[in-house]
Design a protein around this ligand. Structure first.
Ligand SMILES: [Zn+2]
Ligand SMILES: [Zn+2]
Length: 265
């Protein structure tokens, strides 16, 4: 056991998977050395639920935005509601927003419009954007390049499982890259090679709980406490100590989610 603490930069604590034991989930995270966690919005319409979690637990922060799976459902971005939630001291980012061509739950033109609207809000509100990109490397790279040219914004590619080319585009545009439990999977050698080559000052770790539990918890419901296993895998991939990864990913999380620094001793 190390005394170093880790931050879970992406989880979904509002999901019904946790409803029965949310106090225990947060307590187990703390016991495992997971100092803080960010519960991520998938629907602006559920904003009250995310805010309530952040107000209930000192360790929990939240984001506000529309997941690409919900882009048709929230096709008309509620700018007023997003601005209102974003003003909360513990709302640290916009998103998760992006494109998911693996599922294509929303028509692609709607998904792209909703993604771009949230980029505009991230820029306007000077908050980072949490980006979900799945099987959409070329479109995400194109949109990021076009939008960055219109005006800079801070962003991270969450649960990174895309190509080396998208990682390189993201890094070139100043984005951070967050790795999930997928990094620990036996068949993720290519992903570990990408992680190895990402600069130490641009990487984060996350669970994306309740999904994607890392080895040795694979196949079970994921929870923030398990982010420690992903941090360990990232340390191994990069050939550095666990403490070094814990410290770097913590510093990077606080660098991108700047509001996490405010109001704390
Ligand atoms: Zn996602
Ligand atoms: Zn997510």
């Amino acid at each position: 056991m190390s005394a170093m603490s880790v931050i879970d930069s992406h989880c979904h604590l509002d999901f019904p998977d946790f409803a029965e034991e949310i106090d225990a989930v947060v307590a187990r995270a703390r016991a495992a050395g997971v100092e803080r966690m960010v519960t991520i919005s998938t629907r602006v319409a559920r904003g009250e639920a995310y805010r309530a979690l952040a107000e209930r637990f000192a360790q929990v922060y939240f984001t506000i935005g529309t997941h690409p799976h919900q882009a048709a459902e929230e096709a008309e971005t509620d700018f007023h509601a997003i601005r209102r939630f974003a003003a909360h001291p513990k709302c640290v980012a916009i998103g998760e927003a992006g494109l998911d061509h693996h599922y294509d739950y929303a028509p692609r033109e709607i998904a792209e419009r909703v993604f771009r609207a949230q980029i505009g809000l991230a820029r306007e509100l000077d908050l980072p954007l949490v980006i979900h990109a799945r099987d959409a490397d070329d479109d995400v790279a194109r949109i990021l390049r076009e939008e960055m040219a219109r005006g800079r914004f801070a962003a991270l590619l969450h649960c990174f499982t895309s190509s080396r080319a998208l990682a390189e585009t993201g890094l070139e545009l100043g984005l951070y890259i967050s790795f999930s439990g997928v990094l620990t999977f036996k068949n993720s050698a290519d992903l570990r090679a990408i992680a190895r080559d990402c600069p130490l000052d641009r990487v984060l770790v996350e669970t994306d709980a309740p999904y994607l539990a890392p080895v040795p918890h694979r196949g079970r419901r994921n929870e923030p406490a398990f982010v420690v296993s992903t941090a360990r895998a990232l340390a191994e991939a990069k050939g550095v100590s666990f403490d070094e990864i814990a410290s770097a990913t913590r510093a990077n999380t606080l660098a991108i989610f700047r509001k996490m620094n405010e109001g704390r001793a």
